[in-house]
Every structure is written in structure tokens, then in C-alpha cells.
Ligand binder design. Structure first.
Ligand code: SF4
Ligand code: SF4
Length: 340
């Protein structure tokens, strides 16, 4: 495992980090073991969010006593100063720390989010204040929307950008990664397995390692999974013809079924929360069905408002059959509800 500077920040991180959604499914003891194992094997960057249930609390417990040896990033979906301040204070308590290395605005996709965050009494103002007070060392953003991500990178306001990047979501490759590097920002790669749909870890990581300056944050739920990913970094990265073939198969198979969460299809005139409802199967696989039915209740119930008007179909650049997929996802949600 090599260590790299995260953009122009003062943070040095392992070339592969740890995305802390899957630890939601583990007990506190199991989580402690996996996190400490990852740290012992050389991973030093741990990325969580206020929204990831008890993830922050588990990280705080696991790294109590070695706080200065790890880089902790968290994030908030709150857009105003009051809401984000409350969540930031909660994160500090849960993480058992008096500073957060990287505090990120979570999933800024729509213009209205951006206006709210950067406007008067917006979240940015509060996080800047927290930075001056030493509670936050660096400020970053996360997004699934390429145009918004580019706009935020060019704003000069942030130290890092976190964006999906993997062999089936390559949108960042053309402009975003280069723009982030030019701006001196760290590029944190969320969803290295496409949110769980790429099940060939070796090929997924060959693709990622072929792209310089990208820090992937796979989620781990066992020490064996940590060891597997770390073993890839112990060897030179060689992409064979067979690997390229496998990558091509994934692209062909998933291209017309896979929601990139870019939000270009929104808003729905009926109020269907399309993007989170499209992602329901992934959330259920990552968080467990019993957690997902609670976590996704509001967007999944909004699916019932769909009138099949087709407005979203015309807006999706990936030509996904949105209403059909939403119905299938709702059926899965109902099945999970019954199994609860
Ligand atoms: S359905 Fe299409 S437009 Fe909507 S978020 Fe998914 S990929 Fe983007
Ligand atoms: S087809 Fe359904 S989800 Fe899509 S815009 Fe129309 S009502 Fe909304």
C-alpha cells in the first residue's frame, strides 16, 4: 500500500480507503475487528456519513486511542447552517474526536442544493466557521451529477470531490478527474464496484488502478475482503485482453439497467423520488433489507404516485426504462417489508 497526498490538502492517505456503509450490517465487535484489521494492513482513510446510521459511532469506538493515525472523512445532507452544525457536532461526538479531517457536503446534484448550501445562512458558511475553529481540517463535496461536480470543482471552494467512478461509470474520466487534479483537489472514488453490481473485484481494481490519482473507497464487511483488495496493490497492474473482455461484458450487460444517480430525470411532476427509488436494490444489498425498508421508506412509497407519464424517460441519458424499474423495485421493497 502506497501513501499519497490528498490533492493539496495536508492529508496523506493510503492509496485505497475504506467506505463505511457496509459496517452498518455488522455488530460493534465485528466492525471493530474489520476496521482495526484494515488499519493494521495499511488503510488509513475511512469515509463515512451522518446518514450511515451507527457507522460513525463504530469508527469512533474502533479508533479510540489512535485517532491521530487515521484520516476520517464524514458528510452531511443538510443544506442550511443550523442543520449542518447540529449534525457536525453529533459526528464529532460519535467519532469521539475534536476534529474531522474532511467534512463533505453530501450529494449536491441539483442547482437548488447548491444555491442553498452556498447562500446566506447556508451550510458552507457553518462549515467554514467550524474550520476556523479547528473542528474541520478540510472541506469537500460529493455528487453523482457530472455537470454539478464540474461546477463545484471550478468554484475553487473545496479541497476534494467524491464522485462515482468504476468500469461501468466512466463519466468522470473525460474531464472531471483532470479538472480536479488541475485545481489541486483530491479525487475520491465512490462505488468502485458500481454500488455492488460489479462482482469481479480483481478486474474492478485493475480498471481503477489504471487511472492515476484516484482514491477508491470500497466497503468492507470482513477482514478477508480487506486482504483481497490489499493483495491487488502488492502486484503491478497489468490489464490482459481477457480483463478487457470482462469489462466489455459488464458494460454491455449493465449499461441499460444501471442507474448512475445523476438526477437528470428529476423533478418528476408527480413527486416520485426517482433516484433513491431506482437505487433501492443496491441499498438493500449494502445495508440489508430490514435496514433498507426503513432507510428508503419515503422514496419507495413515492413510487406509488407514478402515472407512467414518461417525462423522466425522455430525460435519462442512459435510456433506462425508469417506470418499469421503479415498479420492480417497489415489488422488491414490498417483499422486504413482508419479510421484516
Ligand atoms: S434514472 Fe437515468 S437520469 Fe435518473 S438518476 Fe438514474 S441514470 Fe440518472
Ligand atoms: S413516468 Fe412516473 S416517475 Fe417518470 S416522470 Fe412520469 S410519473 Fe414521474
Amino acid at each position: 500500500m502506497k501513501y499519497v497526498q490528498l490533492g493539496k490538502t495536508a492529508l496523506t492517505v493510503s492509496e485505497c480507503g475504506f467506505g463505511c456503509i457496509p459496517i452498518i450490517r455488522l455488530s460493534k465487535e465485528e466492525t471493530g475487528e474489520v476496521l482495526r484489521h484494515a488499519f493494521e494492513r495499511g488503510i488509513t482513510y475511512f469515509d463515512t456519513a451522518n446518514a450511515y446510521r451507527d457507522s460513525e459511532e463504530k469508527i469512533g469506538m474502533a479508533f479510540n486511542g489512535i485517532r491521530d493515525k487515521v484520516v476520517i472523512a464524514t458528510k452531511s445532507l443538510k443544506r442550511n447552517a443550523e442543520g449542518i452544525t447540529e449534525q457536525m457536532e453529533n459526528s464529532l461526538r460519535m467519532l469521539r474526536t475534536d476534529y474531522i479531517d474532511l467534512y463533505q457536503f453530501h450529494q449536491i446534484a441539483q442547482e437548488k442544493d447548491w444555491q442553498e448550501v452556498t447562500g446566506a445562512s447556508g451550510a458552507l458558511e457553518a462549515v467554514m466557521k467550524a474550520k476556523s475553529a479547528g473542528k474541520v481540517r478540510h472541506i469537500g463535496v460529493t455528487s453523482h451529477n457530472l455537470q454539478m461536480a464540474l461546477k463545484m470543482v471550478r468554484s475553487g471552494l473545496f479541497d476534494t470531490i467524491q464522485f462515482p467512478f468504476n468500469l461501468i461509470e466512466e463519466g468522470a474520466k473525460d474531464e472531471l478527474i483532470g479538472a480536479a487534479h488541475e485545481a489541486g483537489m483530491g479525487f475520491i472514488c465512490m462505488k468502485p464496484f458500481g454500488g455492488g453490481v460489479i462482482n469481479n473485484a480483481a478486474v474492478a481494481f485493475k480498471y481503477l488502478r489504471d487511472n492515476a490519482g484516484v482514491i477508491p473507497i470500497p466497503g468492507f464487511e470482513s477482514s478477508e475482503q480487506v486482504d483481497e483488495i490489499i493483495s491487488f496493490y502488492a502486484q503491478p497492474n497489468e490489464i490482459t485482453d481477457r480483463d478487457r473482455e470482462i469489462m466489455g461484458d459488464y458494460r454491455n450487460e449493465l449499461g441499460k439497467r444501471f442507474c448512475r444517480r445523476c438526477e437528470y430525470c428529476q423533478p418528476c411532476p408527480q413527486g416520485v423520488m426517482i433516484t433513491p427509488a431506482m437505487g433501492y436494490p443496491i441499498v438493500a444489498a449494502r445495508m440489508s433489507p430490514s435496514v433498507a425498508v426503513e432507510f428508503c421508506k419515503i422514496p419507495m412509497e413515492s413510487v406509488l404516485l407514478c402515472t407512467d407519464c414518461g417525462t423522466c424517460l425522455a430525460r435519462c441519458p442512459y435510456e433506462l426504462k425508469i417506470p418499469d424499474i421503479l415498479k420492480a423495485n417497489y415489488a422488491l421493497y414490498e417483499k422486504h417489508l413482508k419479510g421484516k
